[in-house]
Design a protein around this ligand. Structure first.
Ligand SMILES: *Cc1c(COP(=O)(O)O)cnc(C)c1O
Length: 419
């Protein structure tokens, strides 16, 4: 570059975005991955992010693949889709979600998005009017914080309580909320904790939100992926207590995160979201953003109708098995404690006791050295709001996971403080 060019050109990148994006899980994982030792001949074991689609045992249902082919071949989906999504897909999702609700959703309650990620972006944009604030769980999903920061929406964090099976600290929620609070977010089944909220707890969440006059955003991207004692209860069940906006996608249950098909659904039998103008703003924003690919939308009815229960139960039993391997394997590592066996989703939060280790400063140092010495990638807890915790994703092929847990164990033994 010519000397002085930077002075001549007045443009700059938007640094608000740079700062917001620096808190994403991907950014932290990238750093951990960059510390891998290329000399290590063993395969790299990635337990950092929940995308098991690369493993043959987690391959999606053949019915879903056929649905895509059929949609393309039909030539019915070559045009631009409507901003809110194609009607057959909206109808299929409304029916799919209504089976677990005490009332029926209409296709008009459903808005199609580019994965659940864009549904998060959509609701954050819709709520980000000047002065507003939103309550987010800690630990949580860093995407919410990054998008809130990027859109100048103030966020406040309430705790999930490890000693109470990661339930929401409802007293904390009440203490954080003020007259500018617009919503609280829950993620159920939980990422990163692998917990599944009970019917009773969800009802209390709804009652608390009603008392505060806020809506509940329920991230149910892991909906139905449960393998413990609590069944999956959608937050929409309590939509008549307080308005609920449900976010979801086919990414996790069908193990096709790359297909980028998600939804935002209004669960609001009392019509409060419409009266408050939220629905109007949702439609406004959909007018000016990108849509999910048309033939993926077109395939949705078949994907939902034709996927067999066999597929779902096979995936759930596989996740249950990998959760066991992870929990049992970590149980005999002294510097790691796992407060609860995961009962859903794909990851677990475990506490790291650095005082039992010789030369490890904190969670990030642990992950960086583990990457270098054992070629195992896990996420440092600070990335999801909890310093000196670790998030481990167990949704991988069982032998691979066993190998990974074995290497973590060897690493901890090698770094243990000598008595
Ligand atoms: C994976 C994930 C998402 C994003 O889902 P996509 O459909 O892949 O965009 C949103 N929320 C949580 C909690 C997730 O784990």
């Amino acid at each position: 570059m010519e000397n002085g060019a930077a002075e001549r050109w007045g443009f700059r990148g938007n640094q608000v975005l740079d700062k917001a994006a620096s808190i994403t899980v991907r950014g932290v994982l990238r750093k951990v991955i960059s510390n891998l030792n290329p000399q290590d001949r063993r395969p790299v074991i990635t337990l950092g992010q929940g995308d098991p689609s690369a493993f043959s045992c987690f391959r999606t249902a053949p019915e879903a693949e056929e649905a895509i082919v059929d949609a393309v071949r039909s030539r019915e989906f070559d045009s631009y889709p409507p901003d809110v999504g194609v009607l057959p897909a909206r109808r299929a999702i409304a029916e799919y979600l209504s089976t677990d609700l005490p009332y029926k959703l209409s296709p008009d309650d459903v808005y199609l998005t580019v994965g659940c990620g864009q549904a998060i972006e959509l609701i954050i944009k819709v709520l980000a009017r000047p002065g507003a604030n939103i309550l987010l769980p800690r630990p949580g999903y860093a995407f919410y914080e990054a998008l809130a920061a990027a859109n100048h929406l103030e966020f406040r964090r309430f705790d999930l309580l490890p000693e109470k099976v990661w339930e929401v600290d409802l007293e904390g929620v009440k203490a954080l909320a003020d007259e500018n609070t617009v919503a609280m977010v829950i993620i159920n089944p939980g990422n990163p904790c692998g917990n599944v909220f009970t019917h009773q707890h969800l009802k209390k969440v709804a009652e608390t939100a009603r008392m505060l006059g806020i809506l509940v955003i329920a991230d149910e991207v892991y909906g139905h992926l449960v393998f413990g004692s609590n069944p999956f209860v959608p937050m929409g069940v309590f939509g008549s207590i307080t308005p609920v906006i449900t976010l979801g996608s086919i990414s996790k249950r069908w193990i096709v995160p790359g297909w980028r098909l998600g939804w935002l659904v209004t669960n609001d039998p009392n019509g409060i979201l419409c009266k408050s103008g939220i629905v109007e703003t949702i439609v406004s924003y959909l007018n000016i953003c990108a849509d999910p690919t048309s033939f993926i939308q077109g395939a949705v009815p078949q994907i939902i109708e034709k996927t067999t229960d066999d597929f779902f139960s096979r995936i759930i039993s596989l996740l249950g098995k990998t959760a066991d391997i992870c929990f049992d394997g970590l149980a005999d590592i002294p510097c790691i404690t796992c407060p609860h066996k995961p009962e859903g989703a794909m990851s677990v939060m475990v506490k790291l006791n650095v005082s039992l280790l010789e030369d490890i400063d904190d969670d990030m140092d642990f992950c960086m050295k583990l990457s270098k010495e054992e070629s195992v990638i896990i996420l440092a807890g600070f990335a999801v709001g909890m310093k000196n915790w670790l998030r481990i994703t167990f949704a991988t092929e069982p032998p691979f996971l066993e190998d990974g847990i074995g290497r973590i164990k060897a690493f901890c033994q090698r770094h243990a403080k000598k008595q």
